[in-house]
Design a protein around this ligand. Structure first.
Ligand code: CA
Length: 512
């Protein structure tokens, strides 16, 4: 098999002076690769080969960025591993200076559209769902019961509504509600309900005695509460059946309005795509994440919005992200979010173990900068226009850094609260990740996974590694898949199979 696969080395950016060996068995000494370079020694899969002479003290460039400096002369065709690269000094947030980047005149992408549900606030949904918020965990059993009943009894009457979902969580009481960190879970619950897929129809079920008052979960300036807030302890209800009837009556009013929503042609600038990875492998930074980054650039060029997140996976490349901040305020906000997370980890007496693991190194990742770059490459190359603190909603179109933990479902929940209407999830090891609230396009970084999980993965970026497809080809495919899925004309695997995970709140605050 292997003999039939041509020698494959990938250069992730035209400015790189190293390439990545993709062949599963590595490449032997004497193999001819990119630009006629002959390998001077055996190089294993995922590892780097010098594509030009790199003299001692010169920069080693991957992803178009400096990943370190050569501590010896490296000749073309030589293996560039961790022993030949000096690690750059870890980024000290205080020391990173900011200069505003020159504004680029990139070509605008026009004429790309999708069929979405336009909301009164201008946002666009890709699904049409009734979302039910809860102000306290005590009512979650009731909302689970209600959602089942709505699906069986009410949804058949409303063919334009896709589904009903409850944003259940374990917050709301037994909490230090005035602690500074409490704002994170509270605004997350509030903003989840305002995600474009719920059409602005807000419905909050409360208990009555909880610390988190349902009124705090209503949109700012909203005076509507009669049809939006219901307390189980309301003395108008005698017994369970009356309670359920009361909730169903309220749900019915919202469903009537949601049923009037129709898909209309919307420009690609209405896309809000959350990028995330999980279960990453050596190929994630070579295939899936760069293809996602290419698609991210297309979306931004079309005037749309892209999120990238996962603080712990970008922390060590933050000195490379700060120069991409559109303004000094954005750069300061990025530093603030990194510092907040540094302190959060420190308070938990955690060590973020920034150095790559032995497995990472065996997979070709020489140092922590290279590891972080492999993750952040899914942000593409455009300017970062804003930084969104955990649980906040987006304010600007373009590339946003949405500060979240890297933990998959916490990140997905916070990206939903920020307002994403499409989700792209890149995986190498494989995860059945799926969210009911938003379509999730799963991208495999290697074809071994893509083939084995043929019915769980939506797009295989693996062929990039063997030159069967380019990053731009797969990036383009992903861009068009995003438009088709957003239109409802294609269904993602998670939705076809009905595989959906629970949302998970990020609560860094104390319980009482
Ligand atoms: Ca993740």
């Amino acid at each position: 098999m292997e003999q039939n696969v041509k020698n494959t080395v990938i250069k992730t950016n035209p400015g790189d002076n190293v390439g990545i060996v993709c062949n599963a068995s590595g490449l032997q000494k004497g193999a001819a690769v990119l630009d006629g370079i002959i390998l001077r020694e055996f190089i294993p899969m995922g590892h780097k080969v010098a594509l030009e002479n790199i003299s001692e003290g010169k920069e080693v460039i991957r992803y178009g960025e400096i990943i370190g400096t050569a501590n010896q002369e490296i000749k073309p065709g030589e293996w560039v591993n961790e022993f030949k690269i000096n690690l750059p000094v870890p980024p000290d947030l205080e020391q990173i200076n900011y200069t505003q980047p020159k504004s680029e005149n990139f070509e605008k992408l026009e004429d790309y559209t999708f069929q979405g549900y336009r909301n009164p606030d201008g946002s666009v949904g890709t699904k049409n769902m009734l979302g039910i918020s809860i102000s306290v965990q005590c009512v979650a059993g009731i909302t689970n019961y209600i959602v089942e009943k709505i699906r069986k009894e009410l949804l058949p009457k409303y063919p334009n509504v896709d589904d009903a979902v409850a944003f259940n969580h374990s917050y709301g009481c037994g909490i230090a509600i005035n602690a500074p960190a409490a704002i994170i879970p509270i605004r997350t619950i509030k903003n989840l309900a305002q995600n474009p897929n719920f059409g602005g129809e807000i419905m909050v079920i409360g208990l009555g005695c909880e610390k988190l008052r349902p009124e705090r979960l209503m949109p700012d300036g909203s005076t509507e509460s009669e049809n939006s807030i219901l307390y189980l302890q309301d003395e108008a209800f005698t017994g369970f059946e009356e309670m359920i009837d009361g909730i169903l009556e309220m749900a019915d009013k919202h469903l009537q309005k949601l049923n009037e929503r129709e898909r209309e042609t919307c420009p690609a600038s209405d896309l809000v795509v959350g990028m995330q990875c999980g279960g990453s492998d050596a190929f994630s930074g070579i295939t899936g994440n760069p293809a996602a980054g290419f698609a991210a650039d297309l979306i931004v060029k079309a005037g749309g919005t892209v999120f990238f997140s996962e603080v712990t996976e970008v922390r060590d490349a933050v000195h490379l992200l700060i120069p991409r901040a559109e303004t000094k305020e954005v750069a300061e906000a990025l530093k603030r979010e990194m510092k907040w997370y540094d302190d959060y980890l420190l308070n938990g007496q955690a060590d973020r173990s920034a150095n790559p693991s032995p497995g990472n190194k065996r997979g070709g990742l020489s140092n922590v900068v290279e590891k972080a770059l492999g993750s952040m490459v899914k942000s593409g190359s455009s300017a970062i226009v804003d930084v969104i603190a955990p649980g906040e909603k987006i304010r600007k179109k373009g590339l946003n850094f949405v500060a979240t933990p890297a933990s998959d479902f916490v990140c997905g929940t916070l990206q939903l609260a920020a307002g994403m209407n499409m989700h792209v999830f890149i995986t190498g090891r494989g995860t059945p990740y799926g969210l009911r609230e938003v379509p999730v396009i799963k991208v495999s970084s290697n074809s071994k996974l893509g083939d084995r999980w043929h019915d769980l993965i939506d797009l295989d970026a693996g062929p990039i590694a063997f030159g069967q497809k380019t990053i731009s080809e797969v990036g383009n495919e992903l861009f068009h898949l995003i438009l088709d899925v957003a239109s409802g004309t294609k269904k993602v695997a998670a939705d076809k199979l009905g595989i959906h995970n629970d949302l998970v709140l990020f609560n860094p605050g104390p319980l009482t």
